[in-house]
Design a protein around this ligand. Structure first.
Ligand code: AHG
Ligand code: MN
Ligand code: MN
Ligand code: MN
Length: 332
């Protein structure tokens, strides 16, 4: 006889956040509220993404962002939705996003936090029904409350993040975040409209057998990166690459793998953006026992100088990153 379907019992994201309010950074309840606001924005974007094929919101908008990328309609919709949710929530004084050149002021100058976001990650997957995501990174402002936030609030460096996370709109929608006390994941239950704790204290496998890189760029990589990839092939590892950092990172985090975005002539500093792609993923990785580096240092130690700066990134299971580091050492 058939097994009983498991009912979505368990801890909702709201309850989980409340239970952890004892931790010092939650004491005032403001960060808790901010995380709930982000979850709400995630639900709204999830709704838009789900109906994307039916209404006229797929495809290009005909505009480009500050980085010269063609904006997709959903890039801009997600951007608007996210900003609105954070404005209404009241806990954030300023935002930077991939889709806007400068700081966005929410009008809540008294608020304690600033947020950097990639509202819609993996834009090239929108029209073809493949996984996309949202990435966020949160700092406590360094400027006094009641004043206007400045660049300084955003350029504190990866180690100063107080929270970071992502939402993956995949075969199910899942929100994964850390506040520096481990990583937890919450799966969205559509009919109830709630995120439920589905992966407690996520830990990366020590080692893995998946490598994720845009191998079409292989000929442009430095020889030591090429040698590492050739070794992955020789060992018959699985090559998996969606082209959406959130999806690629999430798979590797659960199954054990490495994601690489090395520099290329087209992107001499690497393609991914430090503040709203590399830093938050690196924070989550470290909290899950994985590692994130570029050729020089840990990603979290890279010095931020501008909002949209790019950085190369190698992120994944600790043993895989350590092996890659051996190849970097050989470069002389
Ligand atoms: P975004 O859609 O937010 O601009 O990010 C795209 C990024 C990242 O998600 C992905 O891993 C990478 O670009 C893919 O780049 P390639 O197409 O060059 O492989
Ligand atoms: Mn983009
Ligand atoms: Mn992105
Ligand atoms: Mn994006």
């Amino acid at each position: 006889k058939g097994e009983k379907m498991a009912l979505p019992v368990g801890i909702t994201l709201d309850r989980f956040i409340k239970r952890n309010q004892g931790a010092f950074q939650f004491a005032s309840g403001e960060l808790s509220q901010l995380l709930r606001d982000i979850a709400l924005a995630g639900k709204i974007i999830n709704r838009e993404v789900n109906k994307a094929g039916l209404v006229d919101i797929t495809g290009a908008l005909g505009t480009s962002n500050v980085q010269g990328e063609n904006q997709q309609k959903l890039d801009v919709i997600a951007d608007i939705r996210f900003i609105r949710a954070l404005k209404n929530g009241g806990e954030v004084c300023a935002i930077i996003t991939e889709e806007e050149d400068e700081i966005i002021y929410t009008g809540n100058d008294d608020a304690k936090y600033v947020v950097a976001i990639d509202p819609l990650d993996g834009s090239s997957n929108i029209d073809v029904n493949v996984s996309i995501g949202t990435i966020f990174s949160v700092y406590s402002r360094v400027t006094p409350r009641g004043t206007k936030a400045t660049m300084e609030d955003f350029l504190q460096g990866g180690r100063k993040q107080v929270a970071a996370g992502y939402i993956l709109y995949g075969s199910s929608t899942i929100l994964v975040y850390t506040t520096g006390a481990g990583v937890n994941a919450f799966t969205y239950e559509n009919s109830l409209g709630e995120f439920f704790l589905s992966h407690r204290n996520v830990k990366s496998p020590e080692d893995g057998a998946i490598y994720s890189v845009n191998e079409g760029n292989f000929d442009d990589f430095y020889d030591y990166t090429q040698r590492y990839i050739l070794n992955c092939r020789k060992r018959r590892m699985s090559s998996r690459y969606i082209g959406s950092l959130v999806g690629d990172f999430h798979r590797n985090l659960l199954k054990g793998g490495i994601y690489l975005y090395p520099p290329t002539p087209h992107y001499p500093q690497g393609k991914l953006r430090l503040l709203y792609e590399c830093y938050p993923m690196a924070f989550i990785a470290e909290q899950a026992g994985a590692k994130a580096i570029d050729c020089e240092s840990d990603i979290l130690d890279v010095k931020p100088v501008s909002f949209h700066q790019r950085n190369s990134i190698y992120i994944g299971a600790p043993k895989m990153i350590e092996e890659l580091e051996q190849y970097f050492k050989e470069r002389g």
